[in-house]
Ligand binder design. Structure first.
Ligand code: NAP
Length: 519
């Protein structure tokens, strides 16, 4: 039997009482560890976090909590090699792809540590200036942000066991709100190990950081009015979360990051061979292949002017053809596995569905696997599809295939292009490529309302830009509509979710004392 990972709740390590669910190596098929949450006293765990963890965190200033984030970062940095080993084994990712998750998480944690330090020793945050309520300026209204007196429950997706933890935990802990994380079962190991390292280092007060691995049963039932829940995952599960009585009846604040049919748009005027065209091709290929396309932000729809359909198909396919797929332990491999057999089957089914409305421009099946048994390994080559009639191919705008798959779509003019992009019904990110600043800016504003982030690439930032799919902590992450309607990160904006906004109406002297240190 493989090791049964422990859960950390109510300030102690506890094993579930069941046999557990096994986690597998998606390349070799071997069982790695097991997780189980059966029989845990969830009510006691949530109470402990809410009461002990919350009180201890709120007794600290932003700067003190930021120092704890810095200390956690040091611990994680010291154990980085172990995280890479877990990622290779459990996520089947090549080193560069593991870095997106692991180092991306650490970078985000570090960013919030710095940001928190700059917030200083205040105990609450002021929101805007005081506003006079009458003729006499003595009596005014000041909006304040104070940390919510509840827990932050994170229910996370399988594709980012590290980044998904820290991009949420960093702003929550900095805000003074205790965290309970429930990682997706398939890749729970890395999250559990990171929490274990930080807990064992004794950095945060008891109850500040808890991890529950295994079934999600009963978690939402624990939530009380001042708790918050942040969910990342599929639209189907998001609907379950949204309709739970905790949200509907108890007004638990909820943030949803769901699936998204993101796009890349090459503006008219940049011909094959131009810098903008080349940047576009490079980014599409990168987005299709990084983490085998298992990124919520990955490019799924690729828009080009009609006349460039064939040259774009050729250029993207030529690059995709060079992608070596297989065992991430082999140095020559550029793209590893999908996370498990269920995802492999889902990608194959999604591909078959899209093929009913699209032609195959580059066939992933043509990629022989390197160092991996095709009967065992959950690997799949990158596939570029294409549909000449972008209006009619409705499945392409509606279906997120969570793997290395994208569809090339031609447009007639800008109005047509913008309408097609919007058929994603709200996405996390779109990227726009061109060399005319005015045209790029106009397209960015046209698409901003339906996207959490608009990534604009012109030749002058060709070597500098951070990538279509890379979520930088300084920028907003989340998207309207189909993408879930959530908002994460965006620098200090992330702290809003963990704070309550209130108006304090008082004399100028009282308002001036709001941020004085507690006696
Ligand atoms: P999922 O099946 O919806 O699972 C997400 C999480 O919800 C897992 O932790 C899962 O636990 C849990 N869960 C399942 N049923 C639940 C229930 N009834 N109540 C409470 N929790 C429940 O999604 P996934 O397959 O892991 O993730 C892939 C999807 O996530 C993709 O569509 C992708 O686009 C999206 N995603 C979005 C973002 C973003 O930031 N917008 C980021 C990453 C991924 P178990 O694993 O134990 O079932």
């Amino acid at each position: 039997m493989t090791e049964l990972l422990s859960n950390f709740i109510a300030g102690r390590w506890q094993q579930g009482s069941g046999a557990g669910t096994a986690l597998f190596d998606p390349v070799l098929g071997t069982e790695l560890v097991r997780v189980d949450a059966t029989g845990l006293d969830l009510a006691a765990g949530f109470d402990f976090a809410r009461e002990q963890g919350g009180a201890a965190l709120r007794a600290l200033t932003y700067r003190q909590r930021a120092a704890m984030l810095s200390a956690a970062l040091k611990v994680l940095q010291a154990n980085r090699d172990a995280y890479y080993e877990i990622a290779t084994a459990n996520s089947g990712t090549v080193k560069n792809d593991s870095a997106v998750d692991i180092d991306g998480g650490l970078f985000t944690l570090g960013t919030y540590a710095k940001l928190g330090d700059a917030l200083g020793d205040q105990r609450c945050m002021l929101d805007g200036d005081a506003a006079r309520l009458g003729k006499d300026p003595l009596f005014q209204s000041q909006h304040v942000l104070t940390p919510t007196r509840g827990v932050a429950l994170f229910i996370n997706a399988f594709n980012f066991p590290s980044w998904g933890l820290w991009e949420k935990a960093a702003p929550a802990l900095l805000s003074g709100v205790p965290v309970i994380v429930k990682p997706a079962t398939a890749t729970a190991w890395l999250t559990q190990r990171m929490v274990k390292d930080v807990v064992d280092a004794g950095i945060f007060p008891a109850g500040a950081l808890s991890v529950i691995c295994g079934s999600s049963a009963g978690l939402m039932d624990q939530l009380q009015p001042f708790d918050v829940v942040s969910f990342t995952g599929s639209a189907e599960t998001a609907a379950v979360i949204r309709s739970h009585p905790a949200v509907v009846q108890r007004s638990v604040r909820v943030n949803i990051e769901a699936d998204s049919v993101n796009s890349a748009l090459l503006l008219p005027g940049d011909v094959p061979g131009s810098a903008a065209f080349d940047l576009f091709v490079k980014e599409v290929v990168r987005e299709m292949t990084v983490k085998s396309g298992q990124k919520c932000t990955a490019i799924r729809r690729v828009f080009v002017p009609e006349a460039l359909y064939a040259p774009a198909a050729e250029a993207i396919s030529a690059r995709l053809g060079k992608t070596t797929v297989g065992n991430p332990r082999n140095e020559s491999v550029r793209m590893g596995a999908l996370v498990n057999r269920a995802q492999l089957n889902a990608v194959r089914e999604g591909l078959a569905l899209l093929r009913t409305q699209a032609e195959v421009l580059h066939d992933g099946a043509a990629h022989a696997l390197v160092d991996a048994d095709p009967a065992l390994a959950c690997c799949v080559g990158p596939t570029l599809l294409g549909a000449h009639d972008a209006d009619a191919a409705h499945l392409v705008h509606d279906t997120e295939v969570f793997g290395p798959v994208a569809t090339l779509l031609p447009y007639r003019d800008m109005a047509h292009a913008l309408a097609l992009v919007r058929r994603g019904q709200g996405s996390l990110v779109t990227s726009i490529y061109g060399s005319d600043p005015a045209a790029l800016a106009a397209a960015a504003l046209e698409l901003a309302d339906s996207h959490g982030r608009v990534h604009v690439i012109s030749p002058d930032v060709g070597a500098l830009h951070t990538g279509h799919g890379n979520v930088m902590p300084q920028s907003l992450h989340g998207g309207p509509g189909r993408a879930g309607g959530g908002e994460e990160l965006g620098g200090a904006r992330a702290l809003n979710f963990y704070h309550r906004r209130s108006a304090v109406q008082a004399s100028t002297a009282v308002l001036a004392a709001l941020q004085a240190p507690a006696a």
